[in-house]
Design a protein around this ligand. Structure first.
Ligand code: F6P
Length: 324
């Protein structure tokens, strides 16, 4: 392998830039070339490549987002699109890829590898933490810290006005963010897709909390929660069934994906970049690098995509005890 292409794909996450920097610098360290591929698979199809050296990634370790930009490509879903992408890589003498992204990006990478036998290595980058084969995806830790900070602020207004807040957080179909920030920010209840607590249980818990002398409450709701109601419907439901609280809703949205990466994400990104490049140089392909028991580990890409991450349900119990 003489030249590695690096790209970011899917939803951006804090730490992606630190991972790009690590890939580029590891290539420089091993004296191989590196090209940045802009806008994910979209840019690959268009041949939107730029040579990168150790200096071209200065001052980005601390930046959120991705300097290589990101996109979700429809064209790459077609055989013709992937063929064009392959032609562009061959033209540019790129002989392996590091793809920083989530399961959609890895699925694309797998199909591409099957069709063209092109070496690929994945780095998990998503705030959702929904990838099998790593305890932490890049950006997850930063998102947790961002959300906890915001809920602390919401708590100020909740307690000043004796209000109940439903706070919706991201995570797609997974409840990792909700569960952890729920405990970290001291939420009254946490609603996640993995466990349907039911509306009766929610009302009961809110009543109990009011009776125990609490004047305000925060309920953290994962966007993929299975209780069957949006946060706005939850507000209406609670207001219709209990008069004790004035209820407000806060949907945090994309601010959860922005901002400078935490130190944890920067270190993780640096480690993952080194592992990804060195694994390719060792002849490994179709793997994702991940953090398991604080050690860099490789997981086959198809397992990373198909395997289910386990939600730590112990945290639900911790949360229940904490909201006594
Ligand atoms: O996967 C990251 C994520 O932010 C999810 O938490 C969320 O469901 C989704 O992306 C939002 O996607 P978009 O940026 O396309 O609105």
């Amino acid at each position: 392998i003489k030249k590695i292409g690096v790209m970011t794909s899917g939803g951006d996450s804090p730490g992606m830039n630190a991972a790009i920097r690590s890939v580029v610098r590891t290539c420089a360290y091993h004296k191989i070339e590196c090209v940045g591929i802009y806008r994910g698979f979209e840019g690959m199809i268009e041949g939107d490549f730029k040579s990168m050296d150790a200096r071209s990634v200065k001052d980005i370790i601390n930046k959120g987002g991705t300097v290589l930009k990101s996109a979700r490509s429809q064209e790459f879903r077609t055989v013709e699109g992937r063929k064009t992408a392959h032609d562009k890589l061959i033209e540019a003498n790129v002989d392996a890829l590091v793809i920083i992204g989530g399961d959609g990006s890895f699925t694309g990478a797998l199909i591409f590898n099957n069709e063209f036998d092109f070496p690929v290595m994945g780095i998990p980058g998503t705030i959702d933490n929904d990838i099998f084969g790593t305890t932490h995806t890049l950006g997850y830790d930063t998102a947790l810290n961002t959300v906890v900070e915001v809920i602390d602020k919401i708590r100020d207004t909740a307690s000043s006005h004796n209000r109940l807040f439903f706070v919706e957080v991201m995570g797609r179909d997974a409840g990792h963010i909700a569960l952890n920030v729920g405990v970290g920010a001291g939420a009254e209840e946490i609603l996640i897709p993995e466990e349907d607590l039911g509306l009766d249980r929610l009302l009961e818990s809110l009543r109990r909390s009011k009776q125990s002398g609490k004047s305000s409450s925060i309920v953290v709701v994962a966007e993929g929660d299975k209780i069957g109601k949006s946060v706005f419907e939850l507000k209406d439901y609670v207001e219709a069934n209990m008069t004790e609280y004035e209820v407000r809703v806060s949907v945090l949205g994309h601010m959860q994906r922005g901002g400078p990466p935490s130190c944890f994400d920067r270190v993780l990104a640096s480690r993952m970049g080194v592992k990804a490049v060195e694994s390719l140089l060792d002849g490994q392909t179709n793997y994702m690098v991940g953090l398991l028991n604080d050690v860099m580990a490789l997981t086959p890409l198809d397992h990373a995509v198909k395997g289910k991450t386990k939600i730590n349900l112990e945290l639900l119990r911790v949360s229940e005890i904490m909201s006594t």
